[in-house]
Design a protein around this ligand. Structure first.
Ligand code: SF4
Length: 344
């Protein structure tokens, strides 16, 4: 049996067919799910996806939303550039394509946040046209099956994987095949403890026959992650409101709301005196670490209570006081949420 026939036979019996984005799989719905599923597990994505589609059922409605509204729906999923790009992409589709998704891979990859594999998934899963995908799950299956050495982040390794993906993708039932490959990687050919005993590819799988499942795909060459530090000023007033500032659109947590930041060397007493006048209390709170893909950030919160709110804020809409209910409605980065949960 050919590779694709084995995969499709397995899909008919075991593939996932009831995920929320598989009902009425329009390009819009598939696109939102694909962006959310990058670096995130299906079970985590489902409630976010349902809430998102409920609030933004069409690309036009998403394009009209404010970035803040979009990021508030994204908060907790991480990798916020995805949320910002999703919003920008919706606006580009409305502006350049009258709200209708283009139907070629080339046109899709020219849009913000859509890579080659996502474009292939949008086309194949929404219209069953033939288009090739190569997400993390598919890379793992192909690297193990063919024994492709090296880290897929390297161009030469990625090119070999793309060639195999191209070779195996059938002309018919492309949607089922691509869904099956993603499902295989997520449920059988998992990163650790793959279920080779249930796998339809076992007979010809290189990694299985050499007992080298753990060696494929090759690991990224290790780099020691630098550690950065920051001091957060967690300023509250007697009305139980917290003072937050909106971050600039670029950079970490772009567009989300966060506490004012100082370096550890800054004199916080001096700073408070200059900016807030007299303060009621100041307490150094337990530091904690947040890890990004390329560095660790050690966060040192300083809790400051004021006698009264500062009146000059909210002048430009990028700073303000928020009570507990309002905090739930704005886009907050995950570590800000975590800290607020502890404090409130
Ligand atoms: S046999 Fe095992 S390693 Fe090979 S593709 Fe199947 S699950 Fe993955």
């Amino acid at each position: 049996m050919t590779f694709s026939k084995s995969i499709l036979k397995w899909f008919d019996q075991h593939g996932r067919k009831h995920l929320p984005w598989q009902h009425n799989p329009t390009a819009y719905r598939v696109w939102v799910s694909e962006i959310m599923l990058q670096q995130t597990q299906v079970n985590t994505v489902i409630p976010y996806y349902e809430r998102f589609i409920n609030s933004f059922p069409t690309v036009n409605i998403l394009a009209e939303a404010t970035q803040d509204e979009v990021l508030a729906h994204w908060a907790g999923l991480g990798y916020y550039a995805r949320g910002r790009n999703l919003h920008k992409c919706a606006q580009a589709i409305v502006e350049h394509y009258q709200g209708v998704f283009p139907d070629t891979v080339d046109a899709l990859v020219a849009l913000p946040g859509i890579g080659q594999s996502t474009a292939g998934a949008i086309i194949s899963l929404s219209s069953n046209q033939r288009a090739v995908i190569l997400d993390g799950n598919v890379k793992r299956v192909l690297a193990r099956y063919h024994g492709i050495k090296g880290w897929p982040g390297k161009t030469a390794v990625a090119n070999t994987l793309w060639q195999w993906a191209e070779t195996h993708t059938p002309n018919t039932r492309c949607a089922d095949f691509n869904q099956a490959m993603m499902d295989m990687g997520a449920t059988l050919c998992t990163r650790s403890n793959p279920r080779c005993d249930r796998c339809p590819l076992q007979k010809d799988c290189y990694a299985f026959h050499h007992s080298q499942q753990a060696d494929f795909p090759g690991k990224k060459p290790k780099k020691i992650q630098p550690v950065k530090t920051t001091q957060w000023l967690v300023i509250s007033n007697p009305q139980q409101q917290y003072y937050l500032e909106q971050r600039p659109p670029q950079g970490i947590w772009g567009g989300l709301w966060s506490f004012p930041e100082l370096t550890l060397d800054d004199n916080v007493q001096e700073y408070c005196k200059t900016h807030f006048g007299s303060i009621k209390s100041l307490e150094y709170y337990t530091a904690f670490r947040h890890t990004f893909s390329h560095y660790h950030l050690d966060i040192h919160p300083t809790l400051i209570q004021l006698h009264q709110p500062l009146l000059h804020v909210r002048d430009n809409g990028c700073q303000g006081w928020f009570n507990q209910q309002e905090l739930a409605e704005i886009g907050l980065a995950a570590p800000i949420k975590k800290l607020l949960r502890r404090l409130l």
